[in-house]
Design a protein around this ligand. Structure first.
Ligand SMILES: NC(=O)c1ccc[n+]([C@@H]2O[C@H](COP(=O)([O-])OP(=O)(O)OC[C@H]3O[C@@H](n4cnc5c(N)ncnc54)[C@H](OP(=O)(O)O)[C@@H]3O)[C@@H](O)[C@H]2O)c1
Length: 368
């Protein structure tokens, strides 16, 4: 079995004179993992030690190298995520690492492969269901903030070879959400216009993918430094919502009055009415977020909807097949995700706190 072979190889590498002493193998196979002992504060994130488990027949053992944080990880930490997490769960859905052992029935992976987890661990393809939604890494299933993760092979994908571990760790939630928003409904075609809102992970991936798909991108942000970076990343036009709070006429003017074909709505209740004001006649609006920071209710003037054939589509991240499609596209275009800051494993709590400030541009990563 590869697992036993791996332990033996390690023992012989450490001590070529080693004889068969199982207790020695167990001693060196200890890992550290964070557990969410309770919700409500980063101090509930407790680092614990465990023996590393042996993979079952369809399981893969991954030596984790990096994880990235998403808004949902802070919701889980604060106990406000709609799906209650398992007490003591290893948190964080997104991470990348190297396969170090596989069960005897594993078909898709081999030792040495570079992999990332898929957010909805059992959603391989097809329509979403409530049942599939119950299996989420870092919530109802053990997550990635650990030195070794044991995962079912169906919940893993290969990552593009040109990416660093930190970059690969950003793909499963923010990356796939942006990809599903742009390709999952009426897909973006070259020459169409895309609106992105803000500089969070989803909006930045949406900008990069939209350019890759040949679209014109108009981005909304709140600060001039971020505007300059958005232009560097390929945005065709950027509007500062602080200097132009009533931004819909300015956006429409940039489209010669035609409006935006695809809106990646990450502002939720705060921005949905403005987004609909800039929507082209047959626009697609991907409702990535419905919750606002300032507004608690979605309020839309019916006059804005009355004369428009807009399609609004809610989405939940995406399935593994979508993740694999996205990864192929990233590999072909040698795209690099935008990382704001990397924290060491021992400073996971500080990474959560930094992420919660919201004063970032791109992904917050924890290196393991
Ligand atoms: N449905 C799904 O499957 C799914 C998946 C992932 C995320 N989400 C949700 O999508 C949202 C975005 O997540 P994220 O992690 O990419 O980003 P994020 O970290 O939540 O960033 C939000 C950004 O939006 C901008 N912003 C804040 N208030 C705004 C307002 N009133 N008007 C316009 N822009 C505003 C800010 O950018 P500037 O500083 O540049 O202005 C801010 O940095 C979150 O609500 C998250 O929960 C949903």
């Amino acid at each position: 079995m590869p697992w036993r072979k791996m332990i033996n190889d390690w023992r012989l590498w450490i001590n070529p004179q080693a004889t068969a002493r199982p207790s020695f193998a167990i001693k060196i196979m200890i890992m550290r993992a964070y557990h969410l002992e309770d919700t409500g504060a980063v101090k509930k994130l407790i680092l614990q030690q465990h023996p590393i488990q042996e993979p079952g027949p369809t399981e893969v053992l991954v030596r984790m190298h990096a994880v990235s944080l998403n808004r949902r990880d802070t919701y889980i930490l604060n106990g406000v995520y709609p799906l209650p997490s398992v007490p003591g769960v290893i948190p964080v859905s997104d991470g990348a690492g190297e396969v170090v052992a596989v069960g005897e029935a594993v078909q898709r992976f081999t030792i040495g492969d570079h992999v990332a987890g898929s957010y909805f661990a059992r959603w391989v393809d097809g329509p979403f269901s409530r049942e599939l939604g119950r299996y989420q890494l870092g919530c109802t299933l053990p997550g990635m903030l650990t030195e070794y993760a044991l995962l079912e092979e169906e919940s893993l994908v290969h990552v593009p070879p040109h990416l660093s571990w930190e970059e690969a760790a950003t793909l499963p939630c923010a990356g796939l959400t942006a990809w599903s928003a742009l390709t999952g409904g009426g897909p973006v075609t070259p020459g169409q216009t895309v609106l992105t809102i803000g500089t969070g992970g989803v909006a930045l991936f949406a900008l990069q993918f939209a350019k890759m798909l040949g679209a014109k991108v108009i981005a909304i942000t709140s600060c001039p430094e971020k505007a300059a970076r958005l232009i560097e990343l390929g945005a065709d036009d950027v509007i500062n919502r602080h200097t132009i709070p009533n931004w819909p006429p300015a956006v429409r003017a940039l489209t010669n009055g035609q409006g935006i074909d695809h809106i990646i709505e990450t502002g939720g209740a705060d921005t949905i009415e403005q987004s609909l004001q800039v929507a082209a006649l047959n626009a697609n609006v991907a409702l990535v977020s419905v919750l606002g920071i300032q507004k608690k209710m979605i309020e839309i003037d019916p006059i804005i909807l009355a004369g428009n054939l807009v399609t609004m589509r809610r989405l939940f991240v995406g399935h593994r097949t979508g993740l694999e499609d996205m990864i192929r596209a990233i590999a072909v275009h040698l795209l690099h995700p935008v990382i704001d800051r990397v924290f060491p494993f021992e400073e996971a709590a500080q990474a959560y706190e930094y992420f919660a400030t919201g004063r970032l541009m791109g992904k917050v990563v924890i290196k393991i």
